[in-house]
Design a protein around this ligand. Structure first.
Ligand SMILES: Cc1cc2nc3c(=O)[nH]c(=O)nc-3n(C[C@H](O)[C@H](O)[C@H](O)COP(=O)(O)OP(=O)(O)OC[C@H]3O[C@@H](n4cnc5c(N)ncnc54)[C@H](O)[C@@H]3O)c2cc1C
Length: 497
């Protein structure tokens, strides 16, 4: 029986990245994927309304440049736009504002609403540029080993402290003041226009069980602002195409339609996987699936120590995102000036907070927060809808989905002109995401992006990718530095093996 150097479970973008990076170093790698094609969440569920891939309009600005270069993804067809994704912020009263990667132009457009905000925006971006090296360093490196601190670890920790100090006293103290804040307080210090503040803050709330007034949300906000660089043309599917080509050209064997049912552990060490009755042997196993699924579903309970089991059980991964797809008979026209491909609502911190409140009581928002991605030449809207809690009190019945859809329709009516008639619609709940992708809680980042789960991800004893089982590693969104399209967990995990 042949023994692979590494078996990687899951051909989402992190599994593909890890497999490609390992194979590039000469390892023999088998990549197993249960779906019929690679891509995982990055290609998104197909919109049932027109069959288009929801992933085409994902924000890919956080895919790491250094990884693109290291893996040679551009030689395999990946193209970048040179800027982060342009987003149109929508206000209730028919106002709109295009936020683009061109700061000067964005500031001028903000000036139509507030001269004070226009000037503040340029200062704010300059501050973000100052702290970017610090946050990029933290989010693009293997976290220091804080379990067994020896000389090497002290050196790594010392370098991290130095990068904080290198900001200069004033910026360092400001960073320490603002990182644990709530995003609402922080943006209120800078700006006065409500829908601008709400639109800027929204990405900090995606994938977390928080509202704008929740403590710690500002760290999420700063991370997003510092790490969003250049969009990949063609979104998630284009990224996946380039990763598949790179992986295959480095010799990775990709087997789709292969559902891992168990991880084999012998003498406390991972030695392979089971696909039903078939055993495949390997010197190491790397899982890009969620930490809970990997450790609690695929390993015999006796092999998981009590401490690990407790940590896994308290890891929070309740999804709050539903995907609503709506098709229309004609191109949908948005109110306001700028027409684009991605639109965001929010209006004000108070409205966002009220939208979040419902999820605390296991209900979906009456006035949901929408990120609208326009597909199919303008006739289909794929809408990331917040908040739609996984553990909905009434359960995710057809009736519940119809209720959420009605709330989305009512909210949307404020932002689009009435000419287009809806011809089809679909709601994908967090429960559907759990069932299709096997992610417990149906969380789009595998585990919440909360401050504690970002600083040590998924939790302290696993933060250097190796689990409590020797030879078993995590390399997906549940590992450092977290979810979203970055390729970073896959790449960093590969580097420690
Ligand atoms: C609708 C939607 C919109 C999003 N929008 C954005 C966005 O705009 N920007 C952004 O940065 N992020 C976005 N995200 C989040 C982002 O797509 C994910 O965080 C990321 O793709 C996760 O990648 P991954 O490789 O870590 O995990 P996954 O993509 O979940 O990959 C895990 C893979 O493992 C496979 N698998 C599961 N069980 C088994 C098994 N038993 N055997 C073998 N294989 C198995 C799964 O099929 C899957 O392919 C969005 C997510 C969704 C759902």
């Amino acid at each position: 029986m042949s023994v692979y150097d590494v078996i990687v479970i899951g051909a989402g973008h992190n599994g593909l990245t890890a497999a490609a990076a390992l194979a590039k170093r000469g390892k023999s790698v088998l990549l197993l994927e249960k779906q019929s094609k690679p891509g995982g969440l990055a290609i998104g569920p197909s919109s049932a309304t027109d069959g288009s891939s929801v992933g085409v309009l994902y924000d890919t600005s956080t895919v790491r440049t250094a990884i693109i270069e290291d893996l040679g993804l551009e030689q395999h067809g990946l193209e970048r736009t040179g800027m982060r994704v342009p987003v149109v912020l929508l206000g209730r009263e028919g106002t709109s504002l295009l936020l683009s990667g061109n700061n000067k132009e964005t500031s001028e457009r903000i000036g139509a609403f507030s001269q004070k905000d226009a000037a503040a925006y340029l200062k704010f971006r300059a501050f973000i540029d100052k702290i970017t090296p610090l946050l990029s360093g933290l989010m693009n490196e293997v976290p220091p080993n804080v379990k067994d601190i020896g000389l090497k670890e002290l050196w790594t920790l010392g370098k991290k402290a130095l990068s904080l100090k290198m900001l200069g006293n004033e910026t360092m103290l400001e960073f320490l003041r603002i990182a644990p804040m709530c995003v609402a307080d922080y943006l209120n210090e800078w700006f006065e226009t409500d829908f601008l503040k709400a639109g800027l803050a929204a990405p900090a709330l995606y994938g977390s069980f928080t509202g704008p007034w929740s403590a710690g949300t500002n760290l999420n906000f700063l991370l997003h602002e510092c790490l969003a660089k250049e969009e990949v043309k063609g979104g998630g599917p284009a990224l996946i195409n380039a990763l598949v080509k790179t992986a295959e050209s480095n010799g990775v064997e990709i087997r789709t339609g292969s559902t891992v049912t168990n991880i084999v552990v012998e003498g406390g060490r991972a030695t392979g996987v089971m696909i039903g009755a078939e055993k495949i042997a390997a010197k190491a196993v790397m899982s890009s699936c969620s930490p809970k699924q990997t450790m609690l579903e695929w390993i015999t309970p006796a092999e998981v120590n009590y401490h690990t089991e407790v940590q896994l059980n308290v890891l929070r991964s309740r999804g709050t995102t539903a995907i609503v797809s709506m098709s229309f008979d004609t191109v949908v026209q948005f109110r306001g000036e700028g027409q684009g491909m991605v639109y965001r609502t929010g209006n004000s911190f108070d409205e966002m907070e009220r939208a979040f409140d419902s999820s605390k009581y296991r209900e979906f928002s009456e006035k949901p927060l929408l990120e609208i991605r326009v597909c199919a030449e303008g006739k289909t809207l794929n809408i990331l809808t917040h908040y739609a809690p996984f553990d909905l009190k009434s359960g995710w019945s057809d009736q519940a989905k119809a209720g959420l859809l009605d709330n989305v329709r009512a909210e949307l009516s404020f932002y689009i002109n009435g000419q287009a008639t809806e011809v089809d619609s679909e709601v994908i709940s967090p429960l559907d995401i759990e069932q299709e992708y096997g992610i417990p809680g149906g969380h789009i980042y595998h585990a919440e992006h909360a401050i504690d789960q970002l600083i040590t991800r998924p939790f302290p004893s696993f933060m250097q990718y190796e689990t409590s089982i020797s030879g078993l590693y995590l390399c997906g969104s549940g590992a450092h530095p977290g979810g979203g399209l970055t390729c970073a967990p896959g790449f960093l995990a590969a580097s420690v093996l």
